[in-house]
Design a protein. Structure first.
Length: 307
């Protein structure tokens, strides 16, 4: 078996290597080899070129000619990819993702960006994933954990108008939108802040809209104490066994305790709504229509969602 890591003595047919076509049995072998190489590419999970030559040579198996071809091609491919990576200074190719991940970017790349951005994290029923018009206005976007992440330039009146336009469109698309501001080199922290706001807004069954940290201070307070959060979650745990009562409580909280709206959302009569609320009060010991009871049940929903 030929060791692909050693040099060969026979000259390489440059024309054959360039066209990747030879006659007869050689053509069949080469076609099978190329199929194996494609299969390797489909499974390749590396982000650096190191190791490509090795896996390509493995695809050549014990065929000496194909091993030589894999060695030459693999080394050239490694050199090409290494140069490409150096050119992007370690960037992933997704600039928005690089920024919220806190990757170090070349100074010339940073110089082309705004000094401040608003990180917008959204979960919406629908949205325009292309954002073609926004890209021309300096907005970067990516996806993270199923949410859409936009980086909107900040700092002047025009940027404020653009942010308002975007958030209005997203909330109209039935979305929770969370925002946080940060410098271009501090967007990782801003993203974490916005993502946490979005998580707490969803946990609290808040209405669709735009939220910031100041809007979820109660939610933050609830989750800071683990033992308190666990006790709150226990309050509504019995409702888990009754989907109708659980959906009723969620609808009530989501409509900010507007019983008429909650009944409409559930497509039930108001008297049915009141009956279910009475059952919730009996099971949990908290009356949903009282101020204190409603507050406690809201907190319990949050604690259960983030547990």
């Amino acid at each position: 078996m030929t060791n692909p890591a050693t040099k060969w003595e026979e000259p390489v047919d440059v024309e054959s290597a360039r066209t990747l076509r030879v006659a007869g049995e050689h053509e069949r072998r080469l076609a099978e080899f190329r199929a194996k190489v494609r299969a390797v590419g489909e499974r390749w999970e590396g982000t650096r070129p190191t190791g490509l030559t090795e896996v390509l040579c493995a695809a050549a198996a014990d065929d000496p000619e194909l091993s030589r071809l894999a060695l030459v091609g693999g080394q050239l491919l490694e050199d090409f990819m290494e140069g490409l990576i150096r050119n992007t200074a370690g960037a992933s190719g997704d600039l928005a993702a690089d920024l919220i991940d806190g990757r170090r970017l070349p100074q010339d790349v940073l110089a082309r960006l705004a000094e401040e951005y608003v990180v917008v994290v959204v979960r919406a029923a629908r949205h325009d994933e292309g954002w073609p018009d926004l890209a021309d206005r300096g907005v970067l976007w990516t996806k993270r954990s199923g949410a859409l992440v936009l980086l909107v330039p900040d700092g002047d009146a025009g940027a404020t108008g653009l942010l308002d336009q975007i958030t209005d469109e997203l909330t109209a698309a039935e979305g929770w939108v969370a925002t946080a501001r940060g410098s271009v080199v501090g967007l990782a922290s801003a993203y974490e802040e916005a993502a946490e706001v979005l998580r707490l807004v969803a946990a609290g069954c808040r209405p669709f809209g735009v939220y910031r940290t100041a809007d979820v201070l109660v939610e933050y307070a609830i989750i800071r104490n683990g033992s308190v959060a666990a006790r709150l979650a226990e309050v509504i745990r019995p409702l888990r066994d009754n989907p109708l009562l659980w959906q009723t409580l969620v609808a009530l909280v989501r409509t900010d305790f507007n019983r008429n709206q909650a009944a409409r959302d559930l497509f039930i009569h108001r008297s049915t709504m009141d009956y279910r609320l009475q059952r919730i009060a009996k099971i949990t010991g908290c009356d949903p229509v009282s101020g204190r009871g409603g507050q406690l049940l809201s907190a319990a929903l949050i604690a259960d969602a983030v547990a």
